[in-house]
Design a protein around this ligand. Structure first.
Ligand SMILES: NC(=O)C1=CN([C@@H]2O[C@H](COP(=O)(O)OP(=O)(O)OC[C@H]3O[C@@H](n4cnc5c(N)ncnc54)[C@H](OP(=O)(O)O)[C@@H]3O)[C@@H](O)[C@H]2O)C=CC1
Ligand SMILES: O=C(O)C1=N[C@H](C(=O)O)C[C@H](O)C1
Length: 249
């Protein structure tokens, strides 16, 4: 047993189990502790855990982070639900614990990070854009954290380019038919048995469309990105939002 002591919060969950397996398989990491619902967070201090990975639930992740940061433990967080206010609260805890690093990423699949970047790059060339995210029906939040972030990035790119709002002549609408609006971009959420995590960004302009699609077919897709975060987070004190900052994109 050697290397970084890594713990997992939500270790019995769908993603948590995949992360535990990946940590156990890595020669340079030691799986020090798993904590699930009703287990004590002090397990991590008792086991000298250095980095904790959190895949739990938006309702509990803030309490987890407060404990980890105040105990000098670095965190790699996949759990969704981070509003600007929540991120500011995390920055406040980190200001009081300046050696601690926290990475929060809406999606740890390498292709999902790339597809967000591709959508951001393409946005200024298209008058129309909509996002469709498709997930398993056990997902707590809608839209997905990835779709929310993708829409924000596209909205910012459109604003920077001085684009007009997407054309839309809808004047009669059943509630919800046009999805939710995030940063001026329509986002549609599908929940379907059999799916894992999928997203399409549809872009359109005169006589052509471009579709940027990513599919996580298995939850092991999140593991390489999480391990990249685990290996690098201690060298990045403070808050990092988005895995792209560790990918040299
Ligand atoms: N950033 C990314 O790349 C990804 C992010 N996610 C996000 O990760 C989160 C988890 O997803 P998923 O694994 O599918 O969800 P699951 O419900 O399968 O797993 C969550 C686990 O956390 C446990 N849990 C609940 N409360 C606590 C607590 N206070 N302390 C410790 N463990 C707790 C749950 O227990 P119990 O079931 O008993 O409540 C469950 O075992 C979601 O927010 C999801 O959107 C998912 C995939 C990728
Ligand atoms: O709950 C999930 O499953 C996922 N959640 C994240 C999100 O909300 O974007 C990442 C991925 O889509 C899987």
């Amino acid at each position: 047993m050697s290397g970084i002591n890594v713990g997992v919060l939500g270790s019995n969950g769908k993603v948590g189990q995949a992360i535990v397996a990946a940590v156990e398989a890595a020669d340079d990491l030691t799986y020090s502790a798993g904590v699930d619902k009703d287990d004590a967070l002090t397990t991590f201090t008792d086991t000298q855990t250095s980095v904790v990975v959190d895949f739990t639930h938006p309702d509990v992740v803030m309490g987890n982070l407060e404990f980890l940061i105040n105990n000098g433990i670095h965190a790699v967080v996949g759990t969704t639900g981070f509003s600007a206010d929540r991120l500011d609260t995390v920055r406040g805890w980190l200001a009081a614990n300046p050696g601690v690093g926290v990475l929060i990423a809406p999606n740890f699949a390498i292709g999902a990070v790339l597809s967000m970047r591709f959508a951001q790059q393409a946005a200024r060339f298209y008058e129309s854009v909509e996002v469709i995210e498709l997930h398993h029906p056990h997902k707590a939040d809608a839209p997905s954290g990835t779709a929310y972030r993708t829409a924000e990035l596209i909205g910012q790119a459109r604003a920077d380019a001085g684009l007009a709002p997407c054309p839309d002549a809808t004047s009669q609408e059943l509630d919800g038919a046009r999805g939710a609006e995030v940063s001026g971009v329509r986002v549609h959420s599908v929940r379907l048995a059999g799916l894992v995590a999928h997203q399409e960004v549809l872009l359109g302009t005169q006589g052509e469309t471009l579709t940027i699609r990513h599919d996580s077919l298995d939850r092991s897709s999140f593991a390489p990105g999480v391990l990249l975060g685990v290996r690098n987070v201690a060298a990045h004190p403070g808050l990092t939002v988005g895995l792209e900052h560790f990918m040299d994109l």
